[in-house]
Design a protein around this ligand. Structure first.
Ligand code: ZN
Ligand code: ZN
Length: 318
């Protein structure tokens, strides 16, 4: 009896333990899936998934960029694929929830990991990968780096074939037809990066700006400060009514979308030139340049010193 009771007690104990573990795992699962894949139709046929504002070292660093797709009458164009196979797969699943049309094009706005590492999920005979004329070379150049730093984001046993580059290159501009829907692609000289490309959906006048536009999250300068400022002047001339930045919120006006970034980069240019003229060293300049704008940006302390350093290197020999 005792034994039986004991065993019953054990059974109850095991039962409650498993119940507790079940709920606990449910809770952990729930908090994991709190980070659900958002998707919004910002203009007819234009679907955007907006990224989160975390550091590259943080959890969900693979989901920091705005990515999405445009559905035409005959097929779909994807614009950027996120920073991992997992994000790419979630994007593909969401496309398949909306349409079963083939994916004709995966367009990458530039080489940075948060925009391209999901590409592999879309590889098929029907799909062309499209990018700036410098993108192919840039991806080749970065493959080893991606494999080393983003190994865990590239699926099982990743190798160089896990990272897919473009097979269609945009020299200056290109039109893509996805079925009664023309997309205009424009590539720019060195700006945010060395291979920035934008996409305009002409039907809705929607601009997919890639990282030529940052909002809320501080811009990251990896190309040329002067180049980026002059590219922004070009962007301001575009006839668009909806603007999807590479990071941050969607805007209904190109001038509004660019305003804060323009101010930041103009200050960075002026203050860096002043610091160089005064004979300041780069480390001192990092401490003083544009501190007053600190509160306007998320992750300012994380990224601003890198921007100063990049600006300093660009401007010290002009
Ligand atoms: Zn980005
Ligand atoms: Zn970028």
């Amino acid at each position: 009896m005792n034994r039986a009771t004991n065993s019953n007690n054990k059974d109850y104990f095991a039962y409650y333990l498993s119940l507790a573990l079940f709920f606990l795992s449910g809770f952990v699962f729930a908090s994991e899936t709190e980070h659900t894949f958002n998707l919004t139709e910002v203009a007819n046929g234009n679907f955007v998934h907006t990224g989160v504002h975390v550091r590259i070292e943080d959890k969900h660093h693979d989901d920091i960029a705005n990515i999405g797709f445009i559905i035409g009458n005959t097929c779909v164009a994807v614009i950027d694929t996120g920073g991992s196979i997992s994000i790419g797969q979630q994007l593909l699943d969401n496309i398949r929830n909306k349409t079963d049309k083939p994916i004709c094009y995966v367009i990458n706005t530039h080489v940075h990991f948060d925009h391209i590492l999901g590409n592999k999920v879309f590889k098929s005979d029907k799909t062309h990968f499209v990018g700036h004329h410098q993108l192919s070379e840039a991806i080749e150049h970065n493959k080893e780096f991606f494999l080393e730093y983003y190994k865990n984001d590239l699926g099982l046993n990743p190798d160089t074939s896990s990272i897919i580059g473009p097979d269609i290159l945009v020299n200056k501009t290109m039109q893509l037809d996805i079925g009664e829907r023309l997309l205009t692609l424009i590539s720019y000289p060195v700006s945010h990066s060395h291979n920035d490309l934008i996409v305009i959906d002409n039907k809705t006048k929607t601009l997919w700006a890639g990282d030529l536009i940052f909002r809320q999250r501080i811009p990251s300068l990896t190309g040329s400060l002067k180049g980026w400022l002059s590219t922004m002047d070009e962007l301001l001339k575009l006839d668009v009514i909806k603007v999807i930045p590479g990071h941050g919120s969607i805007s209904d006006s190109i001038s509004e979308a660019l305003e804060q970034q323009q101010t930041y980069l103009q200050h960075l240019l002026k203050d860096t030139r002043d610091a160089i003229a005064k004979g300041q060293f780069i480390n001192d300049a990092m401490e003083t340049i544009d501190k007053e704008n600190q509160s306007n940006w998320l992750l300012h302390n994380y990224q601003h010193p890198n921007n100063v350093s990049k600006a300093f290197t660009e401007l010290e020999w002009e």
